[in-house]
Design a binder for this molecule. Structure first.
Ligand SMILES: [Zn+2]
Length: 379
């Protein structure tokens, strides 16, 4: 991926910083920060706040009770043309996985959350450091928001993310890159629905005909919901949990399911929501209770997104050739894309997202940091 020009001053500076970057990344990864592990996420937050302050940022901590605290660092507060960088500190890896998974091997660093997205913390911090060290820090406000609950839906950070995106000339969502470093120019929307069937309990022997079997009723809806899946259209529905019944000899009066729904376009997200809410009871006397919505709307790769990509590609051309592609998962880009020019996937190059072999290519820290620095400077 790297272009001929290895002598770009950002690259030269960062090559010398790689040992320090690797050490900082190791420290961040060693603090395990599963989304619901408030103590762990808060410890990452304290380290990040320290690193932000040591680079001259004004730091605000937003205390939370149910998740870790969110941390905001602002450089050049009040200067014009703000850029927001959105990062998250939580991971999908419960405490206890660092010792067995962390290692550096063949130029790769393995560890829980290293790719998603602790390497991005180091990239963002060193992008600013590079600009400062080389006397090229732009006179613009840079808002670096580190949230605590991205992996569980950003319920406590969504408002803060929206607030930082508002008025920004660019929002850089620092999620890991696609394979080969491609940016993420579209994101699937993620919906979360719950369907509850209320039937009528009765004895499975003596009162069979008086019962309304909630599981039988739900069976119709499970199949109907699954049948909404359409790969060609980018729609996927998954009945992902089911609960119902109380005892072997009782006609069950309650059954509930959880539904994960994915769509590539806003139009399909709305269509899918409509289909789920249009479910009607099949058995006489059964009642349905439906709730939920698309928590993260889709980010589409429309003309605006392509224009943002083309401009980024030009800006970073001195150090690498940028490409882009779609991501099947959701991210906080869903919240910022409707408000401000947004691009996603600006983090490290690696593989094994959310898996036991999650890793980054260490050398990618150099070119991805230089890339982010160039964008902060020239956008
Ligand atoms: Zn992530």
């Amino acid at each position: 991926m790297r272009a001929e020009n290895e002598s770009h001053p950002f690259i030269a500076y960062l090559e010398a910083q790689l040992p320090a970057m690797t050490e900082l990344l190791t420290r961040i990864v060693s603090i395990e920060s599963f989304s619901t592990d408030k103590a762990g996420v808060d410890e990452v937050g304290r380290l990040i706040a320290h690193e932000l302050r040591s680079r001259g940022a004004e730091v605000t901590v937003f205390p939370q009770t149910t998740t870790g605290d969110h941390v905001l660092g602002i450089f050049n507060r009040g200067a014009g043309s703000p850029i927001a960088m959105i990062l998250h500190m939580d991971t999908v890896h419960p405490r206890g996985s660092f010792a067995s998974r962390y290692r550096i091997e063949d130029g790769r660093m393995y560890g829980p959350g290293v790719f998603d997205m602790k390497a991005s913390h180091v990239i963002a911090l060193y992008a600013v450091q590079t600009l400062q060290a080389l006397g090229q820090m732009p006179n613009r406000e840079i808002r670096m928001l580190f949230t605590a609950d991205e992996e569980i839906g950003s319920f406590t950070s969504e408002a803060l993310i929206v607030e930082q995106a508002r008025g920004a000339q660019l929002v850089m969502v620092m999620e890991p890159a696609l394979a080969d470093g491609r940016l993420k120019s579209s994101r699937r929307g993620v919906g979360n629905f719950k369907v509850v069937v209320h039937g009528r309990a009765s004895h499975a022997g003596g009162g069979h005909e008086r019962g309304i079997n909630a599981i039988q009723e739900m069976a119709h809806h499970v199949l109907a919901i699954q049948a909404l899946t359409d790969y060609q259209r980018g729609i996927a529905t998954t009945v992902s949990e089911i609960k119902g019944g109380i005892a072997q000899n009782v006609v069950p009066d309650r059954c509930e399911i959880h539904v994960d729904a994915r769509a590539n376009t806003q139009a399909d997200a709305e269509w899918l929501t409509g289909q789920i809410y249009a479910l009607r009871p099949v058995l006489p006397g059964a009642r349905l209770e439906i709730s939920g919505k698309f928590e993260r709307p889709p980010m589409e790769c429309d003309a605006e997104r392509l224009a943002i990509f083309e401009r980024m590609k030009q800006i970073v051309a001195p150090i690498l050739t940028l490409e882009h592609g779609p991501s099947g998962a959701g991210s906080d880009a869903a919240f910022t894309a409707p408000i401000a020019p947004t691009m996603d996937g600006l983090g490290a190059v690696g593989d094994g997202l959310h898996a036991v072999d999650e890793h980054i290519i260490l050398a990618s820290l150099i070119e991805r940091t230089a890339m982010n620095a160039l964008i902060l400077q020239a956008w």
